[in-house]
Design a protein. Structure first.
Length: 424
């Protein structure tokens, strides 16, 4: 399915008067409205190829119908999203779930939809049908050299696919670790993993980045070999200037202060990428902003301030991606909501007056500092975000437009009610 621009324009026309009432008021009370709008227009969030089907839990999976059955259809889905919000201009592939068999055709198709290829993701956490050695006891950490080598070779293969598609980064997430005390020699597991990452790092093209993603638990529940930001930073520092830490919001122990982690990684020049999602308990992979929107805002505030302090481009210098998946929503509606939550938090973070906040801090005026943060968070910036979309030719209200255009119903008609997307 493709959405004609005229259909978006027609729906926008019917929403315009109300939108303008909100926008005129908000832009009159937010002095930096115009510069915020420009930053919002430039900002793009990559969509993972594995988030386009309904996610399962270990208890079951309920298909939504019309799920993309191959990479072409996944690109089509991200194209639909991007058409609606003009903020989802990149797709991130997981290999071997989405092998681009004909790279030039896939690249051309993505370009037709205005999409680029974001970070490539390797998978050494599952055994594939044609695989020689099992990753049951880990991949890069494994005590067996041939298993470690297989995992290295896989990552190099993923880099090669990425080169063909014009990607410029590799995300390595390892499920390696141990489930029981005594199972692993921690130092040996670390050394093996470092050696493996070094071998992969050597194969990175000169203009690529490598993201080392950490996770505190799951699937291993006693230790994870890249378990937290300290360990990830240790690997990234030892690897060299092309290696960075990747923060996934769901990968921390409960109540971790993620905004502080982000601030310090940025200070060290070692924050590379971001996986957005939300959670109440663990790695719940819920819609971004659905549980803890204030935390999301606080994280964005540190991102914006920390990037500005280093003269970084918000739009280009970090890899922004959604990594969410759940089992009861239409995945495209979920992604529309996630992107909206990201843009709202970003716009609110851009509203904070650094000078005022700094003055309050220097005066130890805790109350004013809190007021400044909460004023930004409590400002309704939705019409500012909608205006940025409208100016880009996207939908003023992507969710309402998606429903009005009956996108899911059309996809079910085109692809069938029972096909399932690849992924977890
Ligand atoms: C692991 O939980 C993770 O966050 C990594 O990014 C994986 O590649 C992705 O999820 C796969 O579902
Ligand atoms: Mn992730």
């Amino acid at each position: 399915m493709r959405i004609e621009q005229s259909r978006i324009d027609d729906i926008n026309q019917s929403l315009l008067a109300e939108h303008q009432r909100h926008f005129e008021f908000q832009s009159s009370v937010i002095p930096q409205a115009e510069s915020i709008i420009q930053k919002l227009i430039d900002f793009q969030v990559a969509i993972p190829s594995w988030a386009l089907g309904t996610g399962g839990t270990r208890f079951g999976r309920f298909s939504i119908g019309g799920e993309p059955g191959n990479l072409e259809e996944k690109i089509e889905d991200v194209g639909l999203l991007h058409k609606l919000n003009k903020t989802s201009g990149a797709i991130s592939l997981h290999i071997p779930w989405d092998i681009p068999k004909n790279a030039s055709h896939i690249k051309a198709l993505a370009a037709e939809h205005g999409l680029k290829f974001d970070a490539m993701n390797s998978n050494t956490f599952q055994d594939q049908a044609d695989q020689k050695h099992s990753y049951k006891f880990g991949s890069l950490q494994n005590v067996k050299k041939e298993i470690r080598q297989q995992a290295i070779d896989h990552n190099i293969e993923v880099i090669n696919y990425g080169k063909e598609l014009g990607s410029d980064s590799l995300t390595v997430w390892l499920s390696d670790g141990s489930n029981f005390p005594g199972q692993l020699n921690f130092r040996k597991a670390f050394q093996h993993t470092l050696e493996g990452l070094e071998a992969i790092y050597k194969e990175l093209p000169s203009d690529w980045k490598m993201f080392v993603e950490y996770k505190a638990f799951e699937p291993n529940f006693y230790s994870m070999t890249v378990g937290d930001w300290g360990q990830s930073l240790l690997y990234a520092t030892k690897l060299g200037p092309k290696a960075y830490t990747l923060v996934d919001l769901g990968h921390h122990l409960p109540n971790a202060n993620i905004e502080q982690i982000v601030s310090l990684l940025l200070m060290e020049g070692k924050l590379g990428g971001f996986h957005f999602n939300d959670s109440k308990y663990g790695d719940d992979d819920l819609t971004v902003g659905s549980m803890r929107p204030y935390q999301l805002f606080l994280i964005f505030r540190e991102l914006v301030e920390g990037m500005d302090a280093r003269g970084m481009s918000h739009a280009k210098d970090l890899g922004w991606m959604i990594d969410a998946s759940h089992n009861i929503k239409d995945p495209l509606e979920d992604l529309i909501q996630s992107v909206e939550a990201i843009m709202v938090a970003y716009a609110q973070a851009l509203m904070v007056d650094d000078k005022q906040l700094d003055d309050a801090r220097e005066a130890n005026d805790v109350v004013t500092a809190q007021e400044i943060m909460q004023k930004a968070f409590r400002t309704d910036v939705r019409s500012i975000v909608a205006e940025a979309r409208r100016r880009s030719g996207a939908a003023i209200n992507p969710l309402a437009t998606y429903r009005a255009l009956k996108v899911r119903e059309t996809l079910v008609n085109e692809r069938g009610a029972s096909n399932k997307a690849t992924g977890l």
